[in-house]
Design a protein around this ligand. Structure first.
Ligand code: ATP
Length: 344
């Protein structure tokens, strides 16, 4: 197992700066996710760790050792890509054994023993003689995972391995991958553009935007205390407000937002006259809050089963809230406690 650090990694492709000073520390045995919109630099980061491309500047370190210039097959990494990339003319067993072409199986196991072991790990015992075309998409990705794990790598890199699967299969495979990662205690870097997936699967995650890391932390930290407006809006639903501070008293700042006064717990450092941006999660806007009253004009409601997501407007701002049921009125009187606003 290994810890991985990226130290001010920059990657330029001609005039395009794909990575702009990315620094990340990934701990031994951690499930770490890179999440962000298309083109933000996730795959480029993963490729720099794998050794497919060296950074233009900065360093990648494994256990503190600079591995710049070390070829991919000497980095002891297992990689699973978005497209299954199984060999169609090989059986499942042969595909997995292909992962052992450069290295022996760990623990002195024979090739066949190792294939058996891996089939068991990914719950595909008995499938070794099948062709990949006889498997579902989720099963094919489990074979790709088994192949990547065959030589017992110290580091597992997963680049959108579930993006070709439907929602239900993704959920199942996600639990599978997480369980295997826990069992093996293998340092894992996972790339996805799906923020919900990133929150649910990771020990920690880095939210990337435009070649930079906007915030790294546990799912709870990133969700509850987003560091920037981008993170607040990218991770989960959110309501972002901006306004001018008009007063401060007893740890509460009063803020003029579109001519209305809202009160938020003062995170410190704001003065009268400052422009501030803050966010309030949909589930924090409630009917029984008696402060910060917002009369929301309901636009649409999505019934999601255990909850309903309601979109509305307040002073021309888009608002999203979570309610127990579809609202029956056109206006919703909601509010939030000053402590439920997070300053950005
Ligand atoms: P996606 O989710 O769409 O896969 P990503 O976050 O993985 O996106 P990258 O593939 O890392 O993004 O790309 C980051 C930026 O670098 C993009 O602007 C992309 O066009 C550019 N880029 C990546 N690889 C190359 C390359 N080989 N040559 C030129 N530009 C590249």
């Amino acid at each position: 197992m290994v810890d991985v650090s990226l130290d001010s990694v920059t990657k330029e492709f001609g005039a395009t700066t794909a990575l702009d000073g990315v620094s990340i520390d990934i701990r031994d045995g951690e499930f770490f996710t890179l999440v962000g919109p298309s083109g933000c630099g996730k795959t480029t980061t993963l490729r720099a760790v794998a050794g497919f491309d060296d950074p233009t500047a900065g360093a990648v370190r494994f256990d503190g050792e600079d591995i710049t210039g070390v070829p991919v097959d000497e980095r002891d990494v297992g990689i699973v890509f978005q497209n299954y990339a199984l060999f169609p003319h090989m059986t499942v067993g042969e595909n997995i054994a292909y992962g052992l072409r450069f290295r022996d199986a760990p623990g002195g196991a024979s090739r066949d023993e190792r294939v058996e072991e891996l089939l068991d790990l990914v719950d595909l015992t008995g499938f070794e003689d099948r062709d990949p075309s006889e498997l579902s998409g989720g099963q094919q990705q489990r074979v790709a995972l088994a192949r990547a794990l065959a030589p017992g790598p110290s580091l597992l890199l997963l680049d959108e391995p579930m993006s070709a699967l439907d929602a239900r299969l993704r959920e199942t495979l996600r639990r599978h991958v997480k369980r295997i990662q826990r069992d093996l205690d293998i340092t894992t870097i996972y790339v996805t553009h799906d923020q919900e997936e990133a929150l649910s699967i990771s020990d920690r995650l880095a939210v990337m935007n435009d070649g930079r890391v906007e915030q790294a932390g546990t799912p709870q930290e990133v969700y509850r205390t987003p560091a920037t407006r981008f993170v607040a809006e990218f991770v989960g639903d959110n309501n972002v407000f901006d306004g001018t501070v008009t007063g401060r008293e007893d740890g509460v700042a009063t803020v003029d937002v579109d001519g209305e006064t809202l009160r938020l717990a003062d995170a410190g450092g704001v003065s009268v006259g400052d422009r501030v941006t803050f966010c309030v999660r949909p589930e924090r806007l409630t009917r029984n809050a008696n402060e910060n009253r917002l009369d929301i004009a309901v636009d649409t409601a999505e019934f999601l089963g255990e909850t309903t997501r309601v979109y509305g407007t307040w002073n021309d701002r888009q608002i999203v809230v979570r309610l127990d049921d579809v609202p029956e009125t056109e206006t919703l009187p909601l509010g939030f406690a000053p402590g439920d606003a997070t300053q950005l």
